[in-house]
Design a protein around this ligand. Structure first.
Ligand code: AHG
Ligand code: MN
Ligand code: MN
Length: 335
């Protein structure tokens, strides 16, 4: 296959999808990619340099901040501020969103608002298991002016203009969509370029793998137990295989390629689940639907959920359309 870089691929698709592109999205994607290359470099050295372990700080989520969480967050914030195309940032590691004002700048700030989980799967860093970065991009309305308002940040996933993730595994990959399907690019370290390796990704209609932390079974409600048992103890077929990495990006990437379903349900101690809507569930739901899959909180389509605050959590069932539909049917029948 001829080597197509992610920038060549973006420019070729933009010719047809957005002929009036100003290059600002290209600049934004470029700076995201540079950030990921820097994060990937440090992830690959994690055992050799002093970047393992915790910072001793607790973030707004009430979780221990790992050194690599903080490093990834600072790299992304620096580059998103520098690139000019971005007027606001929301991050898992920032209690409040960051607004970049045009006041006092030669160039007015660009129209893009980005949310990210700078490092997903932090608990896996110290044991050399795949981790990732998840991003979600919105665009301000043309007529908006002045600094970005809180309302402009809290938008349903349907309004995303792009979403994707980097996965730092045996190879480093970028998987993203601008609404014209999903494409995967693999970093070739010898030339430092992300090359098209998984064109036009589609989630199989159904799969033979389910992915859930079964340790929480005692804390699930009856409908959730029935939903998981549909895959774990099916009446009419061989049981599915259980695969659970504990890094959402790794579990979702496998689901994108092999099919099946990833489940992070609500439970008595986490009534809205654990995963965050703006920078985990919504971007992955955007990709899942672009690839022919589905994503729900059990009752509603993830992409239609209007957030009340940027760190809002949501239950998440995502993956092959047929498998997610089974969960929705159970929730409908039992609710
Ligand atoms: P993060 O490291 O960004 O906080 O995300 C961790 C998330 C997600 O990656 C994974 O699916 C989930 O936590 C695992 O949670 P449990 O350990 O409760 O299974
Ligand atoms: Mn995460
Ligand atoms: Mn994280």
């Amino acid at each position: 296959m001829p080597e197509i870089t992610v920038t060549e691929h973006l420019l070729s698709t933009q010719k047809s999808s957005s002929p009036h592109a100003t290059g600002q999205f290209t600049a934004l994607l470029h700076d995201l990619i540079v950030s990921a290359k820097i994060i990937s470099r440090n992830v690959k050295q994690a055992g050799l340099v002093d970047i393992l372990g915790g910072t001793g700080r607790i973030n707004v989520q009430g979780e221990n901040v790992q050194k690599l969480d903080e490093f990834a967050n600072s790299v992304l914030i620096y580059r998103m501020r520098a690139c000019g195309a971005v007027c606001a940032v929301g991050s898992e590691e920032l209690a409040e969103s960051l607004i970049f004002s045009s006041r006092g700048e030669e160039q007015p700030r660009g129209p893009y608002i980005i949310f990210f989980d700078p490092l997903d799967g932090s608990s896996n860093i110290d044991v050399n298991v795949s981790i990732g970065t998840i991003f979600s991009i919105y665009r301000r309305a043309e007529e908006s002016c002045g600094d970005v308002s809180e309302q402009e940040l809290l938008r349903p996933g349907l309004e995303q203009v792009a979403a994707g993730y980097f996965v730092y595994g045996p190879s480093t990959m970028l998987v993203y969509s601008t609404g014209q399907g999903v494409n995967g690019f693999t970093l070739d370290p010898s030339i430092g370029e992300f090359l098209l390796s998984h064109p036009n990704m589609h989630i199989p209609e159904t799969g033979a793998i389910y992915s859930v932390n079964s340790a929480y079974y005692p804390h699930w409600d009856e409908r959730t137990r029935e939903a998981v048992d549909t895959f774990a103890r099916p009446a009419d077929r061989e049981p599915h295989s259980l695969r659970y990495v504990g890094s959402l990006v790794a579990d979702f990437h496998r689901t994108m390629l092999y099919g099946g379903i990833f489940l992070y349900p609500a439970e008595e101690r986490k009534p809205k689940g654990k995963l965050r809507l703006m920078y985990e569930a919504s971007p992955l739901a955007f990709l899942a639907e672009q690839a022919g899959g589905l994503a729900t909180d059990g009752a509603d389509r993830i992409l239609e959920k209007r957030p009340q605050e940027i760190h809002e959590r949501t239950p998440l069932f995502i993956g092959s359309a047929r498998d997610v539909e089974k969960v929705m049917a159970i929730y409908r029948r039992r609710s």
